[in-house]
Design a protein around this ligand. Structure first.
Ligand code: AMP
Ligand code: MG
Length: 334
């Protein structure tokens, strides 16, 4: 009798405990980091905003060009510093995509980015470089002029500057996705400046909806339209476009993607490149590389990469044409 009563009591306590356990719900964290926005949605029993903030801060201290105390800023200022895991992961991927793109993607492009007015002190070109010709700047551009030795960046020329702007947003998405996964989250969407990691389902129980922006070159200030809305449940995706960060000068349109091989802003018909890959960091670097390479060479690079697929929007006779790599649909639904 007593044991039966104890059993009932225990069961009641368990049920009471379960009822009082917080039910999972969707949370939304948003803010700014390295000159852009972030939007993070996830399903959890309680907010993990603090872990997210701590991870973003640690990342910012490593790779942000906008943070004068970051490791990257110390490297650029030739201050003695030691690299950390995030920096070294960025370096490994930058090396891989530099090779894969035959030098079209190159994180030493920084001085040219500043020269053309797209650096952190936009839009004034770096005073140190002002008046110098592009060719003289190219003397200190080139990934082969730097090495990572015993957790230190060694430069052949002290004028070499690194720019992680084409890879850091994607890398930060991977890092936040890892934080969420470690906390047991299965449903989340991490969007940092348009680079995206999506996993599981949204708060309506559907795949996440991610838009690809329609490049709009002629209608300044008009509301952004979408080229396509993708429904995704497990994807790491990045988009580079020449339609957001640009200006007109000397009768030409200059956008923030620079071809390190010529020293000039890229001028060709690819208006946007969206890449999916096995990490968002890789997708980010490769999307930028696609913009530099142009459609044909970009497709070639994607084929060689094996783990990636791309979706290019190309201007053709006043209209927009979408060119997808043959494995696009498969990689999107894998
Ligand atoms: P994204 O929006 O990812 O294409 O990154 C664009 C940013 O990458 C620019 O604002 C520059 O800071 C940097 N960048 C420009 N050209 C290159 C390049 N060829 N290789 C690597 N980074 C680049
Ligand atoms: Mg990129």
């Amino acid at each position: 009798m007593i044991s039966a009563l104890l059993g009932i009591g225990l069961a009641a306590m368990l049920i009471w405990g379960m009822e009082n356990e917080p039910k999972p719900r969707y949370y939304h964290d948003a803010g700014d980091i390295f000159g852009t926005y972030y939007n993070i949605r996830y399903e959890a029993k309680s907010s993990i905003c603090d872990s997210i903030q701590a991870a973003l801060k640690a990342f910012d201290n490593s790779l942000s060009m906008f943070n004068p105390h970051s490791i990257l800023s110390a490297v650029n200022a030739n201050r003695d510093t030691t690299t950390d895991a995030a920096f070294e992961a960025m370096w490994a991927e930058a090396t891989r995509v530099y090779d894969l793109s035959n030098g079209a993607f190159d994180i030493t492009v920084g001085p040219l980015v500043n020269y053309w007015g797209f650096g952190t002190k936009k839009p004034t070109p770096d005073p140190f470089l002002k008046g110098r010709e592009v060719d003289s700047i190219r003397e200190f551009i080139g990934f082969e002029k730097v090495a990572l030795v015993d957790h230190k960046v060694v430069k052949q020329d002290s004028r070499v500057q690194l720019d992680a702007g084409a890879v850091a947003k994607g890398q930060a998405c991977d890092m936040i996705a890892a934080v969420l996964a470690r906390q047991g989250c299965e449903n989340y969407l991490v969007d940092i400046g348009g680079e995206v990691v999506a996993h599981g389902l949204n708060d309506k129980g559907e795949p996440w909806h991610v838009g690809i922006t329609k490049p709009n070159l002629n209608n300044e200030g008009a509301q952004e339209e979408l080229q396509e809305i993708l429904a995704v449940s497990d994807v790491k995706m990045a988009t580079s476009g020449n339609y957001r960060n640009y200006y007109y000068a000397d009768g030409e349109r200059r956008s923030h993607t620079i071809d390190p091989r010529t020293g000039y802003p890229v001028q060709h018909s690819v208006l946007s490149a969206t890449v999916v890959a096995s990490t968002c960091m890789r997708a980010d670097a490769m999307a930028t590389a696609c913009m530099v390479l142009g459609a044909e060479d970009a497709m070639d690079m994607i084929r060689r990469a094996e783990d990636a697929a791309c979706y290019l929007i190309v201007a053709q006779n006043d209209s927009l044409v979408v060119i997808k790599s043959p494995n696009w649909d498969e990689k999107l639904t894998k």
